[in-house]
Design a protein around this ligand. Structure first.
Ligand code: FMN
Length: 328
C-alpha cells in the first residue's frame, strides 16, 4: 500500500529542507522608513517559535522611488545588516525564511506627492484610483534590475530564497492582466507578451543569485474581475516559469472576495498547476481545516499550504497540530 503523505513530512525543494508542509504566507509589515524594527523582528520570532516550517516575509520594496510606501525595503546595501539579524533569529528556530519582493506601482496607498507612479499602461487602479504613467522599455528594464539587486541583497542577508510578488494587483501582476496592460509593444497584447515582464524579472533574479538559491513566485490563479487574467493566462505563466527554473509557485487569487468560502479557495486551480508543472506548488487562502489539507495533499500534486490569517490569530497553531498528531 502506498504511504500517505502527511502535513508534517520533512521535504526538500532543491537544496532547501522544509521541516513540515506549512508555510506562513506573506503578511505585510508596517514601518515608516523602510527599516525593520524590534517589533517586526519579534513578530517573526513568535511565528517561527510556533512551528511553521517556512516563513514568507511581508512584501518588501525593491526600488527607492517607492519609499513613501510604509513597508520594509531592501533597495540599498545599508539595509542588509538588519535583515541578517532577522534571518539569524528565524533560523535559530529551525525555520526557513523567504523574502517577498514587490514593486507596488498604482496599488500605492497613502501619500504619493509629486512622484510619477509607474504602470504597464495609464489605466486607473480599480482600488486606489491612481492613474500611473505607462512605463518605457528603459523603465521596465530598470525595475527588473532593481528586483535582481534586491534578491542578491536578500541572499547576502542570509535568506533561504526570495519570492517574487506577482499577485494581488501589484505591478508585475498588472502586466499579465489585460485590464491594466493595454500596451501594443512586446510587453502587451498576447499572453506571451503580457508574461514577458515577469519572466524577464525572474531571469534577471536568477542570473544575479545563481542556480542554488530559491526563487519562488506568488501568482493570481485568476484576478476575479472583468478583464482580469484568466486561469489559462496563469497556466501559461506557470509553465514558462517552471521551464526557466522557478523553485516554487504559490497560487493565490482574489482572496478578499472569497473570505466567506468554507474551503481552500484555490485548490482546483493549484491542483491543475501542480499537475502540469514539476515544481513545488503552495496553495494559499482559506487553509483552515487540517483534514481538508491532508486530503488535498493525498489527492493532488499540491505539496504545501500557505496560511496568513490563522497564524495572525494563533501563531502557535502548528505546534499544537503537531502535538495532537503525535498523540494519534
Ligand atoms: C494583514 C494582511 C497582510 C497581507 N500582506 C500580504 C503581503 O505582503 N504579500 C502577499 O503576497 N500577500 C499578503 N496578504 C495575503 C496573504 O498572504 C494571503 O494570500 C491571504 O490572506 C489569504 O490567506 P489566508 O486565508 O490564510 O489569510 C496579506 C493578508 C493579510 C490579512
Amino acid at each position: 500500500m502506498e504511504t500517505l503523505r502527511t502535513l508534517l513530512d520533512k521535504t526538500k525543494i532543491g537544496q532547501l529542507t522544509l521541516k513540515n508542509r506549512f508555510i506562513r504566507a506573506a503578511i505585510g509589515d508596517s514601518t515608516e522608513n523602510g527599516h525593520l524594527n524590534e517589533k517586526i523582528v519579534r513578530k517573526y520570532e513568535t511565528v517561527a517559535r510556533g512551528g511553521v516550517g517556512t516563513i514568507i516575509t511581508g512584501f518588501t520594496l525593491v526600488d527607492e522611488a517607492e519609499k513613501s510606501f510604509p513597508i520594509p525595503a531592501l533597495y540599498d546595501d545599508r539595509f542588509i545588516e538588519e535583515y541578517r539579524k532577522l534571518t539569524d533569529i528565524v533560523h535559530s528556530h529551525s525555520t526557513n525564511i523567504i523574502l517577498q519582493l514587490v514593486y507596488v506601482g498604482s496599488s500605492v496607498k497613502g501619500k504619493i506627492g509629486e512622484r510619477t507612479v509607474w504602470g504597464p499602461s495609464a489605466v486607473a487602479n480599480l482600488t486606489t484610483r491612481v492613474i500611473p504613467k505607462e512605463m518605457t522599455i528603459g523603465e521596465i528594464k530598470s525595475v527588473q534590475t532593481k528586483f535582481a539587486e534586491a534578491a542578491l541583497r536578500a541572499k547576502e542577508a542570509g535568506f533561504d530564497g526570495v519570492e517574487i510578488h506577482a499577485a494581488h494587483g501589484f505591478l508585475l501582476s498588472q502586466f499579465i492582466t489585460p485590464y491594466y496592460n493595454r500596451r501594443s509593444d512586446m510587453y502587451g497584447g498576447s499572453i506571451e507578451n503580457r508574461a514577458r515582464m515577469l519572466l524577464e524579472t525572474y531571469s534577471a533574479i536568477r542570473n544575479a543569485v545563481g542556480e542554488e538559491f530559491q526563487v519562488w513566485v506568488k501568482v493570481n490563479s485568476t484576478d476575479g474581475f472583468e478583464g482580469g487574467l484568466t486561469l489559462d493566462d496563469c497556466r501559461y505563466v506557470c509553465k514558462e516559469l517552471a521551464r526557466l527554473g522557478i523553485n516554487a509557485i504559490e497560487v493565490s487569487g482574489n482572496w478578499m472576495m472569497l473570505s466567506n468560502k468554507k474551503e481552500i479557495y484555490f485548490k482546483e486551480e493549484a491542483a491543475l498547476i501542480a499537475k502540469e508543472n514539476p515544481v513545488a506548488v503552495i496553495v494559499t487562502g482559506g487553509n483552515r481545516d487540517f483534514a481538508e489539507m491532508e486530503l488535498v495533499l493525498n489527492t493532488s500534486d499540491i505539496g504545501y499550504f500557505g496560511m496568513a490569517r490563522p497564524l495572525i490569530s494563533e501563531p502557535d497553531l502548528i505546534n499544537r497540530y503537531e502535538k495532537r498528531a503525535s498523540r494519534k
